[in-house]
Ligand binder design. Structure first.
Ligand code: GDP
Length: 284
């Protein structure tokens, strides 16, 4: 999708729209990228959705380190947030998401039943930063044959409820929030995964960040992909980038080489990885 430049006006509008939509949903599905579960979260989200029930859906888990994904799910749960990981390109799981949602809303649904209210579908909205996988998940969750439920009171004009299962409906318009750039590493993590495609970060900086990161956490992936020797591993990050530039046949065009490296990482050519680390120790 096109890059969105976020100005304060856009942010205010996005928040307003989301706040309006919150009135008509039972639960928020907050999407985060499983490779950057921290960097892909918007800092305002908790404040905006307040005590609305909330499920974290970690998208692109097929690209993330499975061990790390487990740790992150535990960490979210520890913080009182239920979380699940999905691969929207493969095994999507309307049933699982419906069940988890019913579990989260348990008391509320029972309460309605006790008051004699008729059973009704749960209504949810997906929320997340651009490119996190909102449309992909929505398309997957929605039964295309009978997608549109039609006009319902409470829904802003032009918006629709889409039927996921008989028990779950989704608002067709996701809530879009901006990513935060709290520090340099957050920005680099967002850039490396392709969450942001603007030119805010120089590609050589992002490539150096990638080299440093993979050397530390997934050295074998780097060695295998670029056929590196032990001697190469003794090089500084900058020298290693220069070596790769030559190896790619790009002479001294390290910017082009940086882009190649970044693309390899994004496409998973260096295997699965999680940039925001969650150690098992942090969960004790
Ligand atoms: P949105 O901007 O949040 O609606 O994001 P999109 O749904 O357009 O997805 C952005 C990109 O991520 C697209 O290229 C999708 O194919 C890709 N994508 C979304 N979900 C997944 C996933 O679970 N796994 C993988 N590998 N790619 C995904």
């Amino acid at each position: 999708m096109a890059t969105i430049q976020w100005f304060p006006g856009h942010m205010a509008k996005a928040i307003r729209q989301l706040e309006e939509n919150l009135h008509v949903v039972d639960i928020v599905f907050e999407l985060v990228d499983a490779r950057i579960p921290q960097s892909s979260r918007n800092p305002e989200i908790e404040r905006i959705i307040k005590d609305k029930p909330h499920l974290i859906i970690m998208t692109k888990s097929d690209l993330a380190d499975p061990e790390q994904t487990k740790n992150w799910i535990k960490s979210f749960k520890k913080g009182g947030l239920p979380a699940i990981a999905v691969d929207s390109k493969a095994n999507i799981t309307t049933k699982t998401i419906t069940h988890i949602t019913q579990d989260i809303l348990g008391d509320k649904l029972v309460h309605e039943e006790q008051k004699g209210l008729k059973e009704r579908p749960i209504r949810a909205i997906t929320v997340g930063i651009p490119n996190v996988g909102k449309s992909t998940l929505l398309n997957r969750l929605v039964n295309k044959r009978a997608a549109q439920v039609g006009d319902r009171p409470g829904v802003t004009k032009g918006q629709q409820w889409l039927r996921s299962s008989s028990k779950l409906q989704l608002l067709d318009t996701p809530g879009i929030l901006w990513p935060k750039f709290e520090d340099e590493e957050t920005g680099q993590a967002l850039a490396l995964t392709g969450a942001i495609k603007d030119q805010r970060f120089a590609s050589d900086d992002v490539a150096l960040y990638a080299l440093k990161f993979f050397r530390r956490y997934y050295p074998q992936a780097l060695i295998t992909r670029y056929k590196l020797s032990e001697a190469d591993f003794a090089l500084s990050d900058v020298d290693l980038l220069l070596k790769l530039t030559k190896q790619f046949g790009m002479k001294d065009d390290y910017e082009r080489a940086s882009n190649r490296l970044i693309l390899d990482v994004r496409k998973g050519k260096l295997g699965r990885y999680t940039l925001n680390r969650m150690g098992a120790d942090d969960l004790e």
